[in-house]
Design a protein around this ligand. Structure first.
Ligand code: ATP
Ligand code: MG
Length: 538
C-alpha cells in the first residue's frame, strides 16, 4: 500500500519526498528531484502539444543521459507507451524497433539520429523527432532539439513549476515495451503495465531488509532521515534492469544515480571516489572488472555498501571476492528477465553468502515453480526442469507476436526458458538456459557448471563453454577462456584442473584462448553463437 500506482505518481512522490536532493549526476550536470519534476512536466506539455494521447508509442534511443528519464516519464505521464530501443542497435535494427512498435514520436541523441536518419522514411507512423545534444542547426520542422524545449540539465531547476498531466492512468494500463536481449533469437517487445514496473519498488525494498524477507512478508516504508545513498549505474536504461530495478525504485527511494558516458572500470572507480558511491549495480562482469583492475588500490572505494547484479550467470566465487575487497559491503544477485519487468528473485547479504550459487527466494507476492520441459507436470523440490514464474511483474504479452505470446504466457505464468531447481527454503538455483545445455551422447552438460569450475582457476578471467558438433556424440564441450592480466596457463593445465573437479565427460575437449574480452551484448551476456565459430572454423 506504500507503492504508488503509476510511474507518474512516482515522479510526484520523488519530488514531494526528496525535493532538493540530487537525483541525477552526469559529468558536471546535477539534477535535483525538484528540477527533474519540472523537466518532466515541461516535456510532457510539449508532447501533449504534438497530439500524443494515451496508448501512443514513443521510441527512445539514447545513451544514459539525464534526458533519457525525462523523456521516459514525460511520455508515461500522458499514458503513452514508452518504447526504449537498444542504443547499440544498428540502423536496420532500429528501423525494426520503430516499425514493430509503430512509434509516433522518436526521442534520440545526436549520435543515434545520424545512425537512424536514412531509415526514418521507412517508418510510416513516425510524426516527430526530438534530438538531444545536437550541435548543428536543425532546419527540418519534423525534428526539434530537446534543449530548445527544456534547456540543459543544469537549468531544469529554473523551469516553471507546472503540474504533470492529469489524463487518467491506472495501475493496469500499458506502460512500456522493452525488447528482450536477443540472446536466443530476434528481440521480442514485452508489453509491461504500470503495476508490473512499480512492483520492483517493493522488490527493492524487500531486498534491502536484513535478514531477507521471506515469502508473504511485506517490507516497511523507507526511512526518510537515513543518509542519501548513491548508485553507480553501469547498465543501460534501455534494459529492464537499469530502468525498472534501478531508475524507478531510486526515484521513489531517493538515492542519487551516477551516470557514465559508457562503462569503463577506471572511470567507474573515479566516479565511486568522487560521488562516494554506496551501491554498485549491474551485471556480474562489472563486479569482476572492478575487482581485477590493477589500479583498484589507487582509488578510495570505501564508500561501497552493496554490490548487486543480475541478468546473467555469475560464478559463486564472486561473493567471496566482493567480501574480501569491501568487507563492510553486501553482495546481491537477482534473477529476472524482460518478461518479468526485471526482478523476480533476489539473494543478498548473509543469504547470498550461505548460498553463493543461488539467485535467492522469489520477491514478495511472486511464485516460482519447476515444470517438466514438456510443461505437463510440476517437478518435486530439488529436481531440475523449466522455471515458471507468476507475480505482479509478469508482463501482459509480446507486442505484435500472438503466437509467441500464446507459447510463453500460460494462465498468468511465464515460461522462462531457464533450467533451474528450487530448494526446501524456496531458493532458486539457475542451472542454465534450456538452450544453453549440450547433450554429449545422451549425457546432459550444463555449460554454466563447467564455466564455474574454470572460474575457480586463479589464472582465468572469463570463460564460456559451447557445444562443438560431433558426428556420433551430437556435441562435445569446448571452452573459450581469457586469462587475467599477466597470468599464465596452458590448455593442458586447465583441462587437468577441470578433470580434477567434475566428471570426465564434462571436461572441454578443446580450450581456446581469447585475447580480448569475450563478446557480450549490452546486458553482459556472452554471445555464444560468435564463440562457436572458433571451433567450427566458420
Ligand atoms: P532473448 O529472450 O531475446 O533470447 P534474453 O533472454 O537474454 O534474450 P533478457 O530478458 O535480457 O533477454 O534476459 C533474461 C535471461 O537472463 C534469463 O532468462 C536468464 O537466462 C538470464 N538471467 C537473468 N538473471 C540471471 C541470474 N541471476 N543468473 C543467471 N542467469 C540470469
Ligand atoms: Mg529470454
Amino acid at each position: 500500500k506504500n507503492i504508488p500506482p503509476t510511474l507518474r505518481d512516482v515522479v510526484s512522490y520523488g519530488r514531494a519526498t526528496h525535493g532538493e536532493k540530487i537525483f541525477l549526476v552526469h559529468e558536471d550536470e546535477r539534477v535535483s528531484f525538484e528540477a527533474f519534476h519540472r523537466a518532466v512536466a515541461a516535456f510532457a506539455a510539449e508532447l501533449a502539444k504534438q497530439g500524443v494521447v494515451k496508448g501512443d508509442r514513443i521510441a527512445l534511443v539514447m545513451r544514459n543521459l539525464p534526458e533519457w528519464p525525462v523523456a521516459f516519464y514525460a511520455g508515461l505521464s500522458l499514458g503513452a507507451i514508452l518504447t526504449p530501443l537498444n542504443a547499440w542497435w544498428t540502423g536496420p535494427e532500429l528501423e525494426y524497433g520503430l516499425t514493430d512498435s509503430g512509434s509516433k514520436i522518436l526521442i534520440v541523441d545526436a549520435e543515434r539520429l545520424q545512425r537512424v536518419s536514412e531509415h526514418l522514411p521507412n517508418c510510416p507512423d513516425l510524426k516527430k523527432v526530438y534530438v538531444s545534444r545536437e550541435d548543428d542547426e536543425v532546419a527540418h520542422p519534423y525534428i526539434s532539439k530537446i534543449e530548445d524545449v527544456i534547456g540543459d540539465p543544469n537549468s531544469w531547476k529554473d523551469l516553471p513549476d507546472a503540474p504533470l498531466p492529469t489524463v487518467p492512468i491506472g495501475p493496469d494500463d500499458d506502460a512500456t515495451i522493452f525488447y528482450t536481449s536477443g540472446t536466443t533469437g530476434k528481440p521480442k517487445g514485452a508489453l509491461a503495465t504500470q503495476r508490473n514496473i512499480n512492483s520492483n519498488i517493493g522488490a527493492a525494498m524487500a531486498a534491502a531488509q536484513r535478514p531477507f524477507l521471506r515469502r508473504g512478508e511485506m517490507p516497511p516504508a523507507p526511512d526518510p532521515d537515513a543518509p542519501q545513498r548513491s548508485t553507480l549505474l553501469s547498465v543501460p536504461f534501455f534494459h529492464a534492469t537499469g530502468c525498472f530495478a534501478v531508475l524507478n525504485p531510486v526515484l521513489f527511494g531517493g538515492a542519487k544515480i551516477c551516470l557514465m558516458r559508457r562503462w569503463e572500470p577506471e572511470a567507474a572507480m573515479q566516479m565511486i571516489e568522487r560521488e562516494k558511491v554506496t551501491q554498485v549495480g549491474g551485471v556480474p562482469t562489472i563486479a569482476w572488472q572492478l575487482l581485477e583492475h590493477p589500479a583498484r588500490s589507487k582509488y578510495d572505494l570505501s564508500s561501497i555498501e552493496a554490490v548487486a547484479y543480475g541478468g546473467a550467470p555469475s560464478a559463486p566465487e564472486l561473493v567471496k571476492r566482493i567480501k574480501e575487497a569491501w568487507p563492510k559491503s553486501s553482495a546481491g544477485n537477482g534473477w529476472g528477465m524482460t518478461e518479468t519487468s526485471a526482478t523476480a528473485s533476489s539473494n543478498s547479504a548473509e543469504d547470498y553468502e550461505a548460498y553463493p550459487d543461488s539467485a535467492g527466494p522469489a520477491v514478495p507476492v511472486t511464485d516460482l515453480k519447476i515444470m517438466t520441459i514438456e510443461g505437463d507436470r510440476e517437478l518435486p523440490i530439488g529436481e531440475v526442469g523449466e522455471l515458471w514464474c507468476k507475480g505482479p511483474q509478469v508482463v501482459k504479452l509480446y507486442w505484435n507476436k500472438p503466437e509467441a505470446t500464446a507459447q510463453t504466457f500460460v494462465d498468468g505464468w511465464v515460461k522462462t526458458g531457464d533450467l533451474a531447481r528450487l530448494n526446501e527454503e524456496g531458493f532458486l538455483f539457475i542451472i542454465d538456459r534450456a538452450k544453453d545445455m549440450l547433450i554429449r551422447g545422451g549425457e546432459n552438460i550444463y555449460c554454466i557448471e563447467v564455466e564455474n569450475v574454470l572460474y575457480d582457476h586463479p589464472a582465468v578471467m572469463d570463460a564460456a563453454v559451447v557445444g562443438i558438433p560431433h558426428k556420433t556424440l551430437g556435441e562435445e564441450p569446448g571452452a573459450v577462456v581469457t586469462l587475467k592480466p599477466g597470468a599464465e596457463a596452458t590448455e593442458q593445465e586447465l583441462r587437468a584442473f577441470v578433470a580434477d573437479r567434475i566428471a570426465a565427460f564434462k571436461v572441454p575437449i578443446r580450450i581456446e584462448f581469447w585475447h580480448e574480452t569475450l563478446p557480450r551484448n549490452a546486458n553482459g551476456k556472452i554471445m555464444k553463437n560468435e564463440l562457436k565459430k572458433v571451433f567450427t572454423g566458420e
